[in-house]
Design a protein. Structure first.
Length: 516
């Protein structure tokens, strides 16, 4: 009985303070089922890129990187206007060098940014105009800081589209529309408290959201304990001449019943939301480590293997399959490859993008070809890599661990999956005997490690993705069933929070007035 007053105090006052936050979380969570932050659709971007014309290139990638003092771990070959360029990434930082004269892109005047935008969206060339320049992130470029500074280009269309052109890469990197901005505010900005002045201070934002989620967990858990404690199956409470299962009346009674029904899922959602911030770095993430990618690649990226004749031969070989827009340099066991994706048809529907930088990934859900450059003066187009090469790369990725199993998956498993199925299949899953119980997923058609699982990431998969996104087997792949379940539970959470507003206001105003 001594515990009851303490629980009631914590639940009452934290609940009054946090009710509006719960309302925002649940309402914005419904929006996030269908919308995320604005992004440039990778398919539309690829389709609108100019065809690769490498004839004027006179400088090799190795010479270009050496001239600007780079030791890059990523190379993309594309066009900037009518000139071929190398786009190097060293960590998160991108640098662009012209392939025809070896000079870096040091600045991008707004006139040139307008030309790039007009070439990208020629249907709006007559109305395109400069809207500003960014050296610091705005609301929509917080996740794209490595591509700053940028030019904002207003396309002047009915959708009120704004195209962001990076001065680092000389290419469009983000598109926002009036509808995507509204959805972005109503969904992720509110749900993540992703307001620009706060999010610019990353550590402060992360600590604030984490401790708010901890407070929300305390509200939910204390409410569950109180609700179960005060609920009576025998109707032992007498109010207004009738016996009831709840000792409360009015709004508080409805809050009691809503908590009994939806309190558990509210707690698991808030608790798992705290885990999304990866407190104390308790789980290592699902991207392969630098050591694993470097081991499978056979060392650092050897740019000297990508000479001009090889790049031209690869472009010619690929053009028999589809027009080449961009090439990605891939290295596996020291051997050089170039990867190209076919631009999708214009009628392809725009997918829901989980990251504004999705277009930068070398793994896109489009038809693609891998070209081997290690065959002399010609280039060999591959549908997929040989199993022997993949297994050798798998051994090199984890040289100190024995391979336990290697399975070619033709369907997603419980850890490598996506509801909308853009992740590539088939995939080679290799499990190792190391202490972390590592599994690496190799894409046979691209020569890349696309996913990693360890013992702690598997725990996180269920504690975070399972509880927060309801990514549960038998449910997450079934839409609209999953949508209906999440919306119903979210509406229950909204009801749970809304039923506290009137009682909370009455208690606050009563305390302000004081006793009569």
């Amino acid at each position: 009985m001594r515990l009851f007053p303490a629980l009631a105090f914590v639940h009452r006052w934290l609940g009054i303070a946090g009710a509006w936050l719960f309302l925002v979380w649940f309402a914005s969570g419904i929006v996030m089922i269908y919308a995320r932050m604005p992004a440039l659709d990778p398919g539309e971007r690829l389709r609108r890129l100019p065809d690769l014309d490498f004839d004027s290139a006179t400088v090799t990638p190795a010479e270009a990187a050496h001239a600007v003092g780079l030791g890059p771990d990523r190379l993309r070959i594309g066009m900037l206007g009518d000139r071929p360029v190398y786009r190097f990434a060293e960590g998160p930082r991108w640098t662009t060098v012209f392939a025809d004269d070896g000079r870096p892109l040091e600045s991008l005047p707004h006139e040139q940014a307008l030309e790039i935008a007009s070439g990208f969206a020629p249907e709006h060339a007559a109305t395109t105009h400069a809207a500003g320049a960014l050296s610091e992130p705005d609301q929509w470029t917080l996740q794209s800081r490595a591509l700053l500074p940028m030019h904002e280009i207003d396309l002047g269309d009915a959708a009120r589209s704004v195209l962001y052109v990076s001065q680092r890469t000389g290419e469009p990197v983000l598109e926002t529309r009036r509808s995507s901005r509204l959805a972005g505010y109503a969904g992720p900005v509110l749900h993540w408290l992703y307001f620009t002045p706060l999010r610019r201070h990353g550590s402060l934002w992360a600590r604030l959201v984490f401790w708010l989620a901890v407070a929300g967990s305390a509200i939910s858990l204390s409410g569950l304990a109180l609700g179960l404690w005060r609920f009576s199956l025998r109707r032992r409470y007498r109010l207004g001449g009738t016996t009831r299962r709840s000792p409360y009346s009015g709004w508080v009674r409805w809050h009691h019943y809503a908590g009994l029904v939806f309190g558990t899922v509210t707690f698991t959602w808030v608790f798992s939301g705290a885990l999304s911030l990866e407190p104390w770095d308790w789980q290592p993430g699902t991207s392969p480590t630098v050591a694993q990618t470097t081991g499978a690649a056979g060392g650092a990226l050897r740019l000297d293997a990508f000479d001009l004749p090889a790049i031209r031969a690869a472009t010619v070989a690929l053009e028999s399959s589809f027009p080449v827009k961009e090439l990605d340099a891939i290295q596996l066991l020291g051997a050089p490859y170039l990867l190209a994706h076919r631009a999708p048809a214009p009628e392809r529907p725009r997918g829901r993008l989980t990251s504004p930088n999705a277009f930068l990934s070398p793994v896109q859900p489009f038809e693609h070809r891998l070209v081997s450059l290690a065959v002399g003066p010609s280039a060999l187009v591959l549908e997929r890599l040989d199993d022997s090469i993949l297994m050798a790369a798998a051994a090199a990725a984890m040289p100190g661990a024995e391979i336990v199993t290697a399975d070619l998956l033709t369907a997603h498993d419980a850890y490598y999956y996506d509801r909308e199925d853009p992740r590539p299949l088939p995939i080679l899953r290799v499990r190792y005997s190391d202490p972390a119980d590592t599994a690496l997923y190799f894409d046979p058609s691209r020569g890349l490690i696309v996913h990693r699982e360890e013992r702690l990431t598997r725990v996180n998969r269920w504690l975070y993705h399972g509880l927060h996104s309801l990514d549960l087997p038998g449910l997450y792949g079934r839409r609209p069933t999953w949508d209906l379940v999440v919306i119903l539970l979210s509406l229950g959470g909204l009801a749970l929070a809304a039923t506290t507003l009137v009682p909370g206001w009455r208690r606050l105003t009563a305390r302000r007035r004081g006793p009569p």
